[in-house]
Write a protein that binds this ligand. Structure first.
Ligand code: AMP
Ligand code: ZN
Ligand code: FE
Ligand code: FE
Length: 278
């Protein structure tokens, strides 16, 4: 059976491999289709598309947008957009600026708490990628302030911890509207991680087009429950690993869980319909 992985991160956000490396690895693993879904940015998509062509692997443009629903983090995947569509590109620019402001505040908080960490060190780690807490966590590990990225989150950076700074609130409805406006398909990322199925049902009623049923963090019960929810509502089913790089203990391995490539074919068909509606 041919397989796909529709949730991958690269150095365009907080992954550790470049888009080219991610695509090359996917080709090496024999995956038929992939999508690069970096946080709040489409910057890696052009490179991924070009390298995908070289390797003969289908690459679908993607993005993972972090939204907030009444205090719950809701991640929305957008697939098959036109990277030049103004309102989506504009939203991504806003989110990028917000990430930079938020990081400056987190670093200042850490400095006040006596940690010798600078914004320059964080940007050295993030390079040109959309900056995020994992970059800061890696700096904290390098400087010996935390034993692991996970510890840096647990002790300092996770919600409610001493260096945590909340994001500006973006509603899932606004994120979904921007995705649909760009002729793209919206999918709720890892619904199991939202931790509240009422929120998932609200998103379904609000017009989201698919659920990421298969995900590293989903157990068999989650898969069964979200598959039923998707089928009952006539939604697309997708899946992916949430790969952030080799050996990452906090995220999945590329290609795991195994996702049938038919789901990527269904997604591509839905993208064709969405693009036609624009
Ligand atoms: P940010 O985009 O700056 O809010 O950071 C979110 C990123 O941090 C996501 O990619 C998560 O995978 C990662 N993350 C969130 N919580 C943890 C944790 N407890 N341990 C490791 N990584 C985490
Ligand atoms: Zn990430
Ligand atoms: Fe996510
Ligand atoms: Fe992700």
């Amino acid at each position: 059976m041919r397989l796909c992985d529709l949730h991958l991160h690269s150095t365009a956000s907080d992954g550790t491999q470049t888009p080219s490396q991610v695509v090359a690895m996917a080709a090496q693993k024999g995956l038929a289709s992939i999508s690069l879904t970096d946080h709040d940015t489409a910057d890696g998509c052009c490179e991924a598309l070009a390298v995908g062509e070289q390797f003969g692997i289908t690459v679908i443009t993607g993005v993972e947008i972090n939204a907030d629903y009444e205090g719950c983090e809701v991640h929305l995947l957008g697939y098959g957009f036109d990277p030049d569509y103004g309102p989506l590109a504009g939203l991504l620019v806003d989110l990028r600026l917000e990430r930079e402001e938020r990081m400056a505040t987190m670093v200042a908080l850490l400095q006040q708490q006596g940690f010798g960490v600078t914004l320059a060190e964080v940007y050295d780690e993030a390079k040109d990628g959309a900056v995020g807490r994992p970059h800061l966590a890696r700096v904290m590990v390098k400087k010996g302030y935390a034993a692991s990225v996970k510890d840096a989150f647990d002790d300092l950076l996770a919600t409610g911890r001493p260096a945590y700074v909340a994001r500006r609130k973006l509603s899932p409805a606004d994120a979904i509207a921007a995705i649909h406006g760009a002729g793209a398909v919206s999918v709720v990322a890892h619904p199991g991680l939202i931790g509240n199925d009422e929120v998932v049902r609200t998103l379904v009623k609000g017009g989201v087009m698919g659920l990421e049923v298969y995900h590293t963090e989903h157990g068999a019960e989650d898969v069964e429950r979200y598959e039923r929810m998707a089928r009952d509502a006539g939604l697309l089913i997708t899946g992916g690993s949430d790969y952030h790089g080799p050996g990452g203990k906090e995220h999945g391995e590329m290609g795991m869980p195994e996702v049938p490539n038919q789901l990527a074919c269904n997604l591509l068909e839905a993208i064709r319909v969405s693009q036609g509606r624009r």
